[in-house]
Write a protein that binds this ligand. Structure first.
Ligand code: MRU
Length: 354
């Protein structure tokens, strides 16, 4: 048994307050724990764009809340008119970040609800959309816990697990996907330790993964991204587990920039490379990963750190926020409905159809 005291119910990135919501400003962690208030869809859109809230499932949850706020503020008499305005609200939220498919999944779920209930009054539609948003939030944490239980048998007692970016409670409605599997393994009595890549340039590993694991008393060691190969070669890592922003029908995985490099290193060192993601992250409409839109973010994320200049003025910069790991490098994909390995094209379609 490990000595960890896990209370996975403590960390959630979004909370409710008098019909409005508050989001933990993830840009300021771990130095400051600041909750920001949101009560309209424009504010929520800006929170997603500026990464107050981030991580694929959490972005989906936030978008659902934003859509509900937007719906609440629409002032019109007919349901048809309401739906036309609601589509504009959803379009604004959809234009925030392009890669995590959970954003579009959540908005589509909200729109489908409204579309299917156009025979109801505007007031009924607004109330229904509030319930739909709340359902998305609650389901997300439950899905992560289910996913964790499905995946934890893959982690042996004593495993030293490398993770990249933050796929934890902060990136979801609560509990986490990759970190959810780790939390479930710890809850099952296994002694697990985590090696967290710092994850340049936004530092989700050092600022967020290290913070939330430390809060849960799960042993975590921080490394710079370029140290993973050295530790693998020294036999200090037993497996890799990461989250995903979008998984194509063939099992190619878009995740935080640097994930692909880690997957190649894992292959070279014969280490399992696991991806943990809910079904809402699987995009069966895209046949392979080359079709996944990859967000390019501001050069300043690379040239500056908290206002301090790290690179020469005017330097050319590339800042792709995600990369695609081809399915051949993925040992297994862990979802809330089960673990798939091998023929992803067939198995992911079967899982989604269940
Ligand atoms: O740019 P971010 O911080 O939103 O990127 C997050 C990631 O890449 C996560 O690994 C992914 O969304 C999975 S979160 C459960």
């Amino acid at each position: 048994m490990s000595g960890c005291q896990v209370d996975p119910n403590t960390i959630r990135p979004i909370r409710f307050f008098n019909g409005n919501c508050q989001m933990l400003d993830q840009r300021l962690l771990p130095a400051e724990e600041v909750w920001l208030d949101y009560s309209d869809h424009q504010g929520v859109a800006e929170a997603i764009r500026s990464m107050v809230v981030r991580g694929a499932p959490a972005i989906g949850v936030a978008a659902a809340i934003g859509a509900w706020f937007g719906a609440r503020d629409i002032d019109c008499a007919s349901s048809e008119e309401f739906f036309a305005e609601f589509e504009k609200v959803c379009a604004l939220l959809a234009a925030t970040r392009p890669t995590a498919v959970n954003l579009f999944w959540a908005l589509e779920r909200m729109k489908s609800f409204a579309r299917a209930n156009l025979d109801r009054s505007v007031l009924e539609l607004k109330i229904g959309l509030e319930f739909e948003a709340l359902a998305i939030i609650q389901e997300d944490e439950q899905l992560c816990k289910k996913l964790g239980r499905k995946g934890e048998p893959l982690l042996p007692d004593g495993a030293r697990v490398l993770t990249h970016c933050n796929a934890g409670a902060l990136a979801t409605g609560g509990y986490g996907t990759a970190l959810g599997v780790i939390r479930a393994a710890v809850a099952a009595g296994k002694k697990i330790s985590v090696i967290a890549d710092e994850t340049r340039p936004f530092l989700q590993g050092s600022r967020l993964t290290a913070w939330e694991l430390q809060k849960d008393n799960i042993p975590v060691t921080l490394i710079c991204d370029n140290m993973a190969g050295y530790l693998m070669a020294k036999g200090e890592i037993d497996c890799v587990i990461v989250g995903a922003d979008r998984i194509a029908a063939n099992g190619d995985v878009a995740n935080k920039i640097g994930t692909y490099t880690v997957a190649i290193l894992a292959k070279e060192h014969n280490l399992p490379f696991y991806v943990a993601a809910p079904l809402s992250t699987i995009d069966l409409s895209l046949s392979d990963g080359s079709l996944i839109p990859i967000e390019e973010r501001d050069a300043r994320e690379i040239t500056h750190l908290k206002g301090i200049q790290l690179a020469p003025e005017g330097i050319a910069v590339r800042n792709p926020a995600f990369d695609v790991t081809p399915n051949r490098l993925v040992t297994a994909i862990i979802t809330e409905r089960g673990v798939v390995q091998g023929n992803y094209l067939q198995q992911l379609a079967e899982l989604a159809a269940d």
